[in-house]
Design a protein. Structure first.
Lengths: 259, 400
């Protein structure tokens, strides 16, 4: 199995950690609002692609940027980062907040994104099936909201949690709150999803307790060229929980290579 | 440190909603998500009347001032809009200063706070004083989401700037901040006192709030945190002020003291202890999440708190813990006076917000405690530290 190489880039003044593995056509992955479980679950993708997993400013090994208070600030950050990496055309995926970010990026620069994978993205207001407000979940219940498979936290969440672990979670929660304290959706997003003309895979676990699986249909309705893949029994952290979900990325993104 | 030459004793009141349900153990917090179906307006009315009596009694007994505060969505306080509360006391009193301590200004448009506070100052003929709190973490959970805890401190600073400019500069003026834009900032009325009423920053002793008090030339009012933290904050305040060439006067520093007076130390502890314990175990009951919303403190400060055993859950503190970390003066008149004098001298503080009503204390104890404090403790404190004797005859004569 390939391993990640960690490099740090100065992106417009912000020290940004980028984890890369493998060779081939680039696949960039935007993570969700936490880095606890790491991204080793994605490493099988490195056997076919140049896998690039940057940590967002304010998360994991990247520095804080208190000026980021909007999803568009992250889009602009990644315009710079991809220039630094020399990545022009690529396939893009993201989970949860990262899915929302991937969709936002692709609205602005659809010509650069060959194939798009949206994993249980936030960003839409679906009144009948609302995204759960993560800030309102009591600490002791949070892990249960994130996954159907608690084993994914083994060796990654100290029990009892250390002050350092809690502080790092507080930091990531702060970075999340900078964007989403008021709301986790953009009321105007559906109006612009028509710009996602690239082949798009919407992948969701049907046991997602945070972002209901019913939202998948709303994305598919507004994206011109979307297919939906529902994974039975899988919770919100789909790529940690399900090797099948990672395989689905490989098949979907790889399909372009065999055309 | 300069010797104190006087001390101001203010009667500080929480306006608790006092009704503890039989199944109280099941609630994680008495704030933020404590259900308001448990609020009984008839009970609320009785309590407002009782609290009103307590505060008027304090004025009549010769306290140097009264102090009111504001909190939101909690049983701890029935005062979600302290300006309205103050208006009631402005018209019901005619002597003492009234400190409003205060609306968390982030929860309101700053021009509204400037107007409301100036209005009170004019209505009272210049008896108002103001202390500005950032607002507890709980206030940010209870408030509209536009006010983001991650930018609370920046917004607080900008709000203060707007209020002071609105009070001190001639309008109309244009203001373009990061959070607020005014085309015509031009508040009517402006304060009665010039340039503006005595003001304080309310804080827990963090570097940021101390710095703010220095930057704006205000006093510092410290909340109920462990005494060593209070002393450290005051020392830092003096140090930063000295760098600006400012001498911190005793009148710039407020400590909060919980006091209970009885004939003997034993009687005082016996009568006060259960209510002060209830104050911490019930009225302070809150979850860590509510206490510190995301971004309300820095990650570094969060780590310091998470690592500090002394910062552990105050609702589980024992009586001895409370007495040793906090300013709880409980005993005979000699004991209470001696304790308060020592604390003031140690802190160099010329102001004390005295809390004489805590937790679920019945009215007879409040009346007894307040009267004994006024009759027996105040003269002892003044004999030690000096300062004026309250114009109590005048006050009593003025009661209609």
């Amino acid at each position: 199995m390939p391993e990640f190489r960690e490099e740090h880039l100065d992106v417009n003044g912000v020290d940004t950690a980028v984890f890369s593995a493998g060779e081939g056509p680039p696949f960039v992955f935007f993570h969700g609002a936490g880095t606890v479980t790491g991204f080793d679950c994605l490493l099988p993708l490195a056997e076919r692609f140049r896998l690039i997993v940057p940590h967002h400013p304010g998360f994991g090994a990247s520095a804080d940027d208190a000026s980021v208070d909007d999803i568009h600030d992250y889009v602009r950050h990644y315009l710079d980062l991809l220039d630094l990496l020399g990545v022009e055309e690529f396939s893009l995926g993201g989970l949860s907040m990262g899915g929302y970010l991937a969709a936002s990026f692709s609205i602005y620069q659809p010509h650069r994104v060959r194939r798009l994978v949206l994993g249980a993205p936030i960003g839409l207001r679906v009144r009948e099936h609302p995204t759960i407000d993560i800030f309102s979940i009591p600490d002791e219940e949070l892990l249960g909201y994130l996954t159907e498979d608690m084993s994914i936290f083994e060796g990654k969440v100290p029990m009892p949690p250390t002050p350092e672990f809690l502080a790092e979670r507080y930091r990531e929660s702060t970075s999340t709150a900078r964007l989403f304290w008021k709301r986790v959706y953009d009321l105007k997003l559906t109006r612009w999803l028509h710009r996602l003309t690239m082949p798009t895979l919407v992948v969701w676990g049907d046991a997602d307790k945070l972002v209901p699986v019913e939202q998948a249909a709303v994305w598919a309705e507004h994206i011109p060229n979307a297919e939906v893949r529902i994974l039975p029994g899988v919770g919100h952290l789909i790529f940690d929980e399900s090797a099948e979900a990672v395989d689905a990325i490989a098949d979907f993104v790889g399909a372009e290579l065999t055309v | 440190m300069s010797a104190l030459d006087g001390i101001k004793l203010y009667f500080f009141h929480h306006h608790h909603y006092i009704d503890i349900p039989d199944d109280h153990e099941r609630y994680r917090a008495t704030m933020v998500d404590y259900p308001n179906s448990l609020y009984d307006p008839e009970k609320g009315y009785e309590l407002y009347e009782r609290h009103f009596r307590s505060i008027l009694r304090a004025e009549q007994l010769g306290f140097d001032g009264i102090c009111l505060n504001e909190h939101h969505s909690m049983t701890y306080s029935m005062s979600p809009t302290v300006g309205l509360m103050a208006a009631r006391y402005v018209t019901a009193t005619d002597r003492c200063p009234i400190m409003v301590a205060g609306t968390p200004i982030n929860l309101q448009y700053p021009n509204r706070v400037a107007e409301e506070y100036a209005l009170l100052d004019v209505m009272s003929g210049g008896r108002m004083e103001y202390a500005f709190p950032l607002g507890t973490g709980m206030e940010y959970w209870a408030n509209e989401g536009t006010v983001n805890p991650t930018t609370a401190r920046k917004r607080f600073r900008e709000s203060l700037d707007i209020i002071l400019r609105a009070w001190t500069e001639d309008g109309p003026m244009r203001y373009e901040g990061d959070f607020y834009t005014y085309r015509y900032l031009n508040v009517w009325p402006k304060p009665y006192q010039k340039p503006y009423p005595k003001c304080f920053i309310v804080g827990t002793g963090s570097e940021e709030t101390v710095q703010l008090a220095v930057d704006y030339g205000m006093g510092y009012s410290i909340v109920f945190v462990p005494i060593p933290s209070q002393l450290k904050a005051f020392a830092r305040f003096r140090e930063l002020a000295a760098e600006r060439g400012r001498t911190v006067e005793p009148d710039d520093l407020i400590i909060v003291v919980m006091a209970y007076v009885a004939d003997t130390d034993e009687e005082a502890v016996r009568e006060a202890q259960p209510h002060i314990e209830t104050f911490f175990s019930w009225f302070h009951r809150v979850t860590p999440r509510f206490l510190v919303p995301p971004g309300y403190v820095t990650t570094k400060e969060f780590l310091r708190r998470a690592s500090d055993a002394a910062m552990a859950d105050s609702t589980k503190a024992t009586w001895d813990d409370m007495v040793s970390i906090g300013r709880i003066a409980c005993g005979s008149p000699d004991t209470v006076a001696e304790t308060i004098v020592n604390w003031c001298e140690e802190a160099g503080a010329g102001r004390v917000n005295v809390v004489l009503e805590n937790g679920d204390m019945p009215e007879w104890k409040i009346a007894k405690n307040t009267t004994l404090f006024a009759d027996e403790v105040m003269p002892r404190i003044r004999a030690r530290i000096g300062g004026k004797t309250a114009d109590r005859e005048l006050a009593t004569a003025g009661v209609k």
